[in-house]
Design a protein around this ligand. Structure first.
Ligand SMILES: Nc1nc2c(c(=O)[nH]1)N[C@H]1C(S)=C(S)[C@@H](COP(=O)(O)O)O[C@H]1N2
Ligand SMILES: [Mo]
Length: 443
């Protein structure tokens, strides 16, 4: 800590604020005044480089995250959390074209979110003296700045922790992951927007303060601290450098690259999928044509195999009278083959070749050829994902199938035998497995 506050002019001189400020300044928390931040690399330029990267990438993570909420179908009450009050997003029908839309948006959300972790940590490291500044605020404006800082730091760490835990484990939270991640996101967004508004001029000025190329050409021996700054990022009595600026950029960039290598396989597939160790369900399971990742096995979903054999029937509801089909009757209907991705909210996706009956044909068979929506229900008795409501465009898309086969073989029990939903651009969670009934609705 400096003993002399750098911006004396901001200090309130009169009345209660002055007394409060002086009291705070004279009573730092024990130990705080002994902390010395000594890295010679810390400074507005370095912070601004990390900040600029996050300023470009985090909006993509934010927007794709909000799009995922919309893709879940808030108008049908399927998005979680359901009741978000005035944080309600504009709801529109999620397109079913191009088929890779959700694969792209959610792949970017999870992938870029993971890749940015080293940059976020580096950015936090670079501003650590600010987080321990005492007194915490000197004026109403700095109080606001501090609150936005708390929201952005707390928000980003909360989103990282909940997001990472959700793709590592199933349902380990005592609360809903979706609810926590959604509200946490808004805390972060509010902090992010105000932080950018406050700091953008400083960032631009700091980036201009030295040339990036010159930094890349500067060795460790020639690395000198930035000039002292009013925010107190630059150490007044720095240690000699153990790393050059280009060195720290290489460490952070290398960290981000490493996470990228361990992540992209979940989307790109092929042999790279074996590298996707951050996505436990992103690797392959099953046998032969059914050898691709399984989100939840039949055993975990407590599917009784006896109900999926000869006794299985598909019920089509919503027409003048219920229509009941067995698997032979379904197999006798016109079959269509489509190459479509299955794209999970957890970020992994995989493209497979599915065959089965068009949902549009089933709607016609049910006696409601032009439905407003359809409710698909699974044999699965429990769990939030045992049913899904599809929009009209998702039912009527010619590629939307009730799939019986994948890659030329019958679906395995784990992949939803006897029949599952596959619809272009639909979040994987709504591609219901072990389908028992489809109700075509007027609206
Ligand atoms: N009945 C039922 N269908 C389900 C699920 C489920 O838990 N129960 N999981 C969904 C989720 S979250 C995904 S990502 C896909 C995964 O399909 P797969 O296991 O065949 O890869 O199935 C979906 N269909
Ligand atoms: Mo999923």
């Amino acid at each position: 800590m400096r003993s002399e506050p750098p911006e004396l002019d901001e200090n309130p001189r009169h009345g209660f604020p002055a007394v409060l400020w002086r009291t705070l300044e004279n009573h730092p928390p024990p130990g705080l005044s002994r902390i010395r931040w000594r890295s010679p690399l810390r400074g507005p330029w370095l912070t601004s480089v990390f900040g600029a990267v996050l300023l470009v990438v985090l909006p993509i993570v934010i927007i794709t995250g909000l799009l995922s909420y919309i893709a879940y179908g808030p108008k049908f009450g399927m998005a979680i959390p359901f009741d978000v009050g005035w944080l309600k997003l504009p709801s529109f029908d999620w397109p079913s074209n191009p088929s890779w839309l959700y694969r792209l948006t959610q792949g970017l959300h999870v992938g870029l979110g993971l890749i940015m972790i080293p940059v976020v940590l580096a950015k936090l490291w670079s501003v650590i003296p600010r987080l321990f500044a005492w007194p915490p605020a000197r004026s109403a404006a700095t109080v606001l700045e501090r609150i936005s800082l708390l929201m952005i730091v707390g928000g980003v760490l909360f989103e990282i922790v909940t997001g990472v835990l959700n793709i590592q484990y199933d349902y380990i939270f005592g609360f809903s992951f979706y609810t926590a991640h959604y509200f946490g996101a808004w805390v972060f967004i509010a902090g992010f927007v105000s932080h950018v508004a406050i700091k953008l001029p400083t960032m631009i000025r700091s980036l201009r303060s030295r040339s990036f190329l010159a930094v890349l050409r500067t060795s460790r021996a020639d690395t000198v601290p930035e000039p002292l700054d009013p925010d107190g990022l630059v150490a007044p009595d720095p240690d000699p450098p153990t790393l050059s600026r280009r060195g720290i950029l290489a460490v952070v960039g290398g960290g981000a690259l490493l996470v990228a290598v361990l992540t992209v396989g979940q989307t790109v597939g092929g042999w790279t999928r074996h590298l996707a160790i951050l996505l436990p369900r992103g690797r392959s399971y099953g046998n032969g044509p059914n050898d691709f990742q399984i989100n939840r096995t039949a055993a975990t979903a407590r599917i009784d195999p006896a109900l999926t054999g000869e006794r299985w029937r598909l019920q089509l509801l919503g027409g003048p009278a219920p229509v009941v089909l067995d698997r032979a009757a379904l197999a006798a209907m016109p079959q269509h083959t489509v190459e479509l991705p299955l794209a999970c909210v957890e970020g992994w996706s995989t493209v497979q070749t599915w065959s089965g009956v068009r949902l549009a044909d089933l709607a016609a068979a049910a006696g409601r050829p032009s439905p407003g929506s359809a409710v698909v229900s699974s044999l699965e008795r429990f769990g939030a994902f045992n049913h899904a409501r599809l929009q009209r465009n998702q039912v009527l898309n010619p590629q939307a199938l009730l799939a019986l086969r994948v890659n030329g073989a019958d679906l395995s029990l784990d992949h939803g035998h006897p029949a599952r939903i596959i619809v272009p651009a639909l979040p994987g969670v709504h591609c219901t497995k072990w389908v028992a009934s489809i109700e075509f609705r007027e609206v």
